[in-house]
Design a protein around this ligand. Structure first.
Ligand code: PA5
Length: 443
């Protein structure tokens, strides 16, 4: 199981303080269970893993199989919580050189998460003449970035394959009733999955939002869900020592209260880069409200020790670090001996590359702690679907609990509307005439 080590935090914040906040986090968990916390109409993620049935997973896998058989490429259109979870898991489980070695199944591409004209031009050019499918993911069904990409992709898919054939390879994942994505799916007769009303975007990776793309990529969604179920079970246990999500939430809160305003999520495996992107959205969009919240940042190590390492070691002391450590890599690679030893590295001969990585990790942890950076360590046994499932549920629960300690609603994102309003006004969207006038006066 996932292990949490906070021994390198207690030199900075007393263990009695963390213990007190852990008790408060566990009490807060009851308000989630009872549905009495702020944002209580978005608590569907809490018992989600346990509610996932083999029949439901079978349905997801059947649709994934059709896309795998019919398509050379599948484009996942979505943004924020409607893409980051799938992207994170797929990247973590894929070969690092997937685009060169090819994959056993369709290439998984992503769109609808930016409005870069070059990106969309290059994507649609790449898809020319190819049999491709689209998974259109949007809970609201109205998000501009996703809707814009979907319109382009739908048209291209229909033109290349014909309208009838396109219907077999376009899947919608959206609200049961509301939004343009639902209207379009119903009108065109696409296969669709529902995002439950009570599960917000960034908590939706264990719904079809994450599960379908991950299954299309050929990864084991049964194991992913099992990992999440086991973590759900562990954190419900009445033995509070098992509730590592509450402990992590409490430790974050104690550090925040002690003036640590930035958390850096660090990894030592490049495949975890997008797990950090998913984590940043989960925490950032949940806690950054009411002028409060830890700023979630991330680094890939040891890579970024040669770019951000100096800042972490000696910059302003308002940071703490959480390291995700993978105990056992999938592959073994021994460092060779060299007769000439021109690089002076024969002292490493016969050692695993991972042993060097682990010593870099340990050395960095000690250096950062010496430099005044509290360090939380999360260790997972292997980088596989089962352990990623554990990690996902752990972070979701920890986020929900931490936001209760902070006294904010974790499950809304009112601030995201500000840029949309300005963008629609600037683009002259009908209904935004007043805003357009006001905004033009400011330019
Ligand atoms: O976490 C969230 O709710 C958001 O990040 C959404 O996932 C994101 O804005 C995309 O929204 P939608 O799925 O409605 O297109």
């Amino acid at each position: 199981m996932l292990k949490l080590d906070i021994s390198k935090v207690t030199p900075f914040v007393g263990s009695d303080i963390i213990e007190d906040y852990t008790n408060r986090a566990i009490a807060a968990q009851q308000t989630l269970v009872d549905g009495t916390c702020p944002g209580n109409d978005f608590l569907g993620w809490l018992n989600l893993p346990a509610s996932i049935t083999p029949e439901f997973l079978g349905e997801v896998k059947a649709v994934a199989q059709t896309l795998r058989e019919e398509c050379e490429a599948v484009v996942v259109a979505g943004i924020g919580g409607s893409y980051l979870g799938a992207k994170a898991v797929i990247e973590a489980l894929s070969n690092s050189f997937q685009w060169l070695v090819g994959c056993n199944g369709p290439a998984i591409l992503f769109a609808g998460n930016n409005i870069g004209e070059d990106y969309l031009y290059e994507l649609t050019s790449l898809l020319k003449g190819k049999k491709f499918g689209v998974i259109n993911i949007s809970k609201s069904g109205t998000t501009t970035e996703t809707a814009l990409a979907f319109r382009l992709l739908k048209k291209q898919c229909e033109e290349q394959m014909g309208k009838e054939a396109a219907k077999k390879v376009i899947v919608a994942i959206t609200d049961a009733k509301r939004g343009a994505a639902r209207t379009c799916a119903d009108k065109e007769g696409y296969k669709s999955f529902i995002i439950p009303d009570n599960v917000g975007g960034r908590f939706s990776v264990l719904t079809p939002v994450g599960l379908l793309p991950i299954a299309v990529a050929g990864f084991d969604i049964d194991a992913l869900v099992k990992g999440a179920q086991d973590m759900e079970c562990q954190c419900k246990d009445s033995n509070k020592l098992n509730n590592i999500a509450a402990k992590y939430a409490a430790t974050r809160y104690a550090l925040y209260a002690a003036g640590k305003k930035i958390e850096i999520l660090a990894n030592y495996q490049p495949k975890l880069h997008f797990i950090a992107e998913w984590w940043k959205q989960l925490f950032g969009e949940s806690e950054g409200k009411d002028q409060k919240g830890i700023y979630p940042a991330s680094v890939d190590l040891t890579t970024d020790l040669h770019s951000m390492g100096q800042w972490i070691q000696e910059g302003e002391r308002t940071i703490f670090e959480t390291v995700i450590s993978v105990e056992n890599p999938e592959h073994e690679l021994l460092f060779p001996s060299d007769d000439e030893n021109l690089d002076g590295l024969n002292f490493l001969a016969g050692k695993r590359v991972d042993q060097v990585n682990k010593m870099a990790e340990l050395g960095t942890q000690l250096a950062h702690v010496d430099g005044g950076v509290p360090n939380i360590r999360l260790a997972i046994d292997r980088l596989d679907a089962y352990h990623l499932g554990q990690l996902i549920y752990f972070f979701e629960l920890a986020c929900g609990l931490y936001c209760q300690l902070l006294g904010i609603n974790a499950f809304n994102q009112p601030g995201v509307e500000a840029y949309k309003k300005n963008m629609f006004a600037l683009l002259g969207k009908p209904g935004y005439e007043k805003e357009t006038e006001a905004i033009r006066a400011r330019l």
